[in-house]
Design a protein around this ligand. Sequence first.
Ligand code: SF4
Ligand code: SF4
Length: 180
Amino acid sequence: MSQAGTRTVKTIRVDADKCNGCQACEVICSAFHARPKNSSNNPARARIRVVRDPIADIFLPVYAGGYAAAECAGRMRYAVDGKAYGECALCRASCPSRDIFKEPDSGLPLKCDMCESEPPLSEPMCVQWCLNGALSYEERPAQAGAEAGPSELDAGLQAMADRHGWESVRGAVARMSGRR
Ligand code: SF4
Ligand code: SF4
């Protein structure tokens, strides 16, 4: 539990060398966030996606971060431990240049919530279901407000409203929350 003046930062550490690309994390994430819960699973709705290139032995789990309204200018290729990762492979953003981390029906951005749930989970679902130990959950204390920034969801909703109008955004949010 957080002490006064501090908050808990939750992270998932990724060990790509242990990932075999089974995609169990994608399946359970989409099922856990389906409405009603566990009523369907569709990796396209997952807040974690596995970059897969079996021939190059690349399996890289990436979980969804913030919303980006525009494509970034700097695209890079990365080489890590002798493996080459294409541009965008390591990026966590929901952005206009690709389809991942967007709710398929509405296009609204998806963001990992560390499986917020009531009652709380012992560990996020993707960590529990990764039998290879490629994902591990960590918590650390931080000063309250130290990393506070604008809400990505607010920015995402505003961008959607600019494109489609507030009425369709309200409808999409209602569908996602199970109220329709
Ligand atoms: S469940 Fe684990 S091993 Fe399977 S794809 Fe996800 S991170 Fe990789
Ligand atoms: S922590 Fe939860 S919301 Fe985030 S990617 Fe894993 S299963 Fe999905």
